[in-house]
Ligand binder design. Sequence first.
Ligand code: HEM
Length: 484
Amino acid sequence: ERTKGMPGLPPGPRGLPLVGYLPFLRSDLHSCFADLARIFGPVMMMKLGSRQCLILSSPEAAKEVLRDHDATFANHDITVAARILTFGGQDMAFQPLSPMWRALRKVSVRELLNARTLDSFRTLRQQEVTLMAKELHRRTGVPAAVGQMVLITSFNVLTAMLWGNSLAADELERIRGEFWELVVGIIDLLGVTNVSDIFPILERMDLQGVQQKMKQHKEKLDGILSTVIDRRVRTVNTRGDQEKAQDFLQVLLELVKKEDPRDQHLTVDNIKGLFTNMITGGTDTTSTTIEWAMAEMIGKPETMRKAQEELDSVVGKEEIVDESHIGKLPYLEALVKETLRLHPPVPFLLPRYPTTTCNVGGYIIPKGTKVFINVWSIHRDPAVWENPLEFKPERFLSGMSKLDYYGNNFNFIPFGSGRRICVGITLVEKMSLYILATMLHCFDWSLPDGTKLDLVEKFGIVLKKEKQLVVIPTTRPSCAKLRE
Ligand code: HEM
């Protein structure tokens, strides 16, 4: 609708009064939005309940929002469930663009997620990944839920990086046992279309019980985080400053104590919110990536064979992978990129909203519109990708070889782009390649007899396999080293 040469709202499907287009959406929202974009175009608007929503489905439209209007769209839209989980939005991901967001992001990069600090955790990663490989070795020939195992490994690495050995071994063991279900439950709830978000007036009624369930998960998580923090404060109080650990938790606790007005004052809830972001945002995404990579390779065995041949020649058939090999494995790197292209773990990024009314694609976008960037459909756009539905790591070795994870080319943005780009990319690059390299170098993988591979997706804030992948490891020569 354009009047007198003024830009109008973007085109989109008309809905019903009050509910908008909500009753017509399918549960596989990513592919439903992609189907609608084929009719209405890559800049599409629809009303869901009382909320105006913008859906962008082309690299050009994504670029306009994430680069040209980066500052205007730099806020993530917080849902009712996310607010409960993040201690009222005290985390990094749902903090509006503000001094607090800057302080949380800065301290995370300076003290944890930079190349030098991450290198200092190399032995820790090696220990945890070797433990996982040993466990798989013990279970040779027995079906294994690989996603679940990778999730636990990522959790162990990440939490040791966050708070060192703040917990006693038995406490840690108990938490690890509960953790898988907790994260899966949280991620599932974050992906539910909650009517409380669409009709804020209904929030108090919590019609689907989402808020109630999220409160229970949050209480569990809060229990774990409070124990970790209390233990640390008590240890420092009894043993004194000399013996205190110099890890990320300690740096954050010092910032809570600091009263210098030039520093952004942090609260304990900020620490808990930040840890919640990293634990929930950094584990399930990594394990989902590995699970999809394994599933695609099972479906196309020559890709697994090529990755194993590369590993055999770089690492040596009877040696064990270590992180120094990672930069020398271009095929494996391409394989992970191809997985993130076909199965971007966060299919809409974290939805944004503009803080002022602005123009995108020649249309007017009202302030506060919820913006979904459909990365899943951008990554499958036939105008950009040849045979987009084919799993073909080679494309990242030739035509698309320059694409990286840093959001500079809008054809490939699995981690987003601009100032709100994922803060954990460096860690993901190390962890996902290292885990996958170890799994492929130590084992061959096959489906249990009588089962068939399926690649059915389940939409959510994280785009998972509907059925978890269960596969059987059989040993390769390098496994002998695991016994040493
Ligand atoms: C395969 C793994 C991962 C994927 C695909 C992924 C993807 C994403 C995406 C798409 C965003 C939103 C970006 C945007 O809005 O433009 C994001 C944000 C974020 N990610 Fe990741 N992520 C992964 C792993 C991690 C890890 C390991 C960590 C931390 C240890 C992490 C921490 C965060 C945080 C804190 C944010 C919010 C950043 C901000 O708002 O400034 N992520 N991630």
